[in-house]
Design a protein around this ligand. Structure first.
Ligand SMILES: C[S@@+](CC[C@H](N)C(=O)[O-])C[C@H]1O[C@@H](n2cnc3c(N)ncnc32)[C@H](O)[C@@H]1O
Length: 266
């Protein structure tokens, strides 16, 4: 899914299932960026605003940006004090050095050009501030990807191979290329509990929910998810994200390639 309209179409279901599921990612990014009350923060590709609401709760001054108006409308409804704009990675509508922290969760892969997007994130971050990115880890580390693989097989396809951003070292490499000094990286456990078959199907099929495809995919999803079914009728999917934090260096203190002192906490 890439277009703004497509994301707007799934905004309601996203806010019900996926947005809140990223809570462990939100908590970890708040921790590793050492965010404080009063910090100015931007969330890029903010979706339906769950992270923005959590940041507001921590006392931060929060802005958000997303090209999908339907997502932004929902974000504004749950975080009315935040400054949330309809735009994309390519042209963040804020002046240079506006923010202490710029974050993005599960959104960098939608930028037209990864390095340009991160360069733009660096531009709006003050010197000494940080850019923090979190994305899905490689497929082998997430139960959800087993279900995705079963859906691909149903269509006679292979699962989409892991892109570079999912692989160990992938996020570090692109931040470095965009001129950020990588200071920390690691993985985040993201357990996802779904309250029974209906919740599982809604979350997994998302954009297919209203189409005919849902009926043929239902059995595939339920069969693939069988081994994640708990005694209480809920499903538990153990998924994994990777994160990276990069500091905006003074013009003179950017480390030569390969000499950064990176903390890895996996
Ligand atoms: C997978 S969702 C993640 C939403 C939110 N960050 C979360 O974790 O719940 C991806 C989001 O990226 C947005 N997006 C797509 N293309 C984008 C672009 N070029 N620039 C910024 N955001 C984009 C989508 O509209 C969508 O809201």
């Amino acid at each position: 899914m890439s277009g703004g309209d497509a994301w707007s179409d799934v905004a309601v279901e996203w806010s019900r299932s996926w947005g809140p599921a990223a809570r462990p990612v939100h908590d970890r990014l708040i921790e590793v960026t050492r965010l404080r009350a009063g910090s100015s923060v931007l969330d890029v590709g903010c979706g339906t605003g769950e992270f923005i609401a959590a940041l507001v709760d921590r006392g931060a001054h929060v802005s958000g940006v997303d090209p999908a108006r339907g997502m932004v409308d929902h974000a504004r409804s749950i975080a009315p004090t935040a400054d949330i704009r309809v735009e994309s990675w390519d042209a963040l509508p804020w002046p240079t050095a506006t923010f202490d922290v710029v974050m993005a969760v599960n959104a960098l892969q939608f930028a037209d050009d990864t390095i340009s997007a991160l360069t733009e994130a660096r531009r709006v971050t003050r010197t000494g501030g940080v850019v923090a990115i979190a994305n899905w880890a490689e497929r082998a580390l997430s139960d959800l990807d087993e279900i995705d693989a079963a859906l691909a097989a149903e269509d006679g396809e292979e699962p989409t191979p892991d892109g570079d951003l999912r692989l160990p070292g992938g996020l570090e490499a692109v931040l470095h290329e965009a001129g950020l000094e990588v200071v920390e990286a690691g993985t985040i456990d993201v357990p996802w509990t779904l309250d029974g078959d209906a919740a599982l199907l809604r979350a997994v099929l998302l954009d297919e929910e209203s189409s005919d495809a849902v009926s043929s995919y239902r059995e595939v999803v339920l069969r693939a998810a069988q081994r994640f079914l708990q005694e209480d009728g809920r499903y538990l999917l153990n998924n994994t994200f990777r994160f990276v934090v990069g500091r905006v260096p003074e013009a003179s203190d950017a480390a030569p390639s390969g000499e950064e002192d990176v903390r890895h906490d996996e």
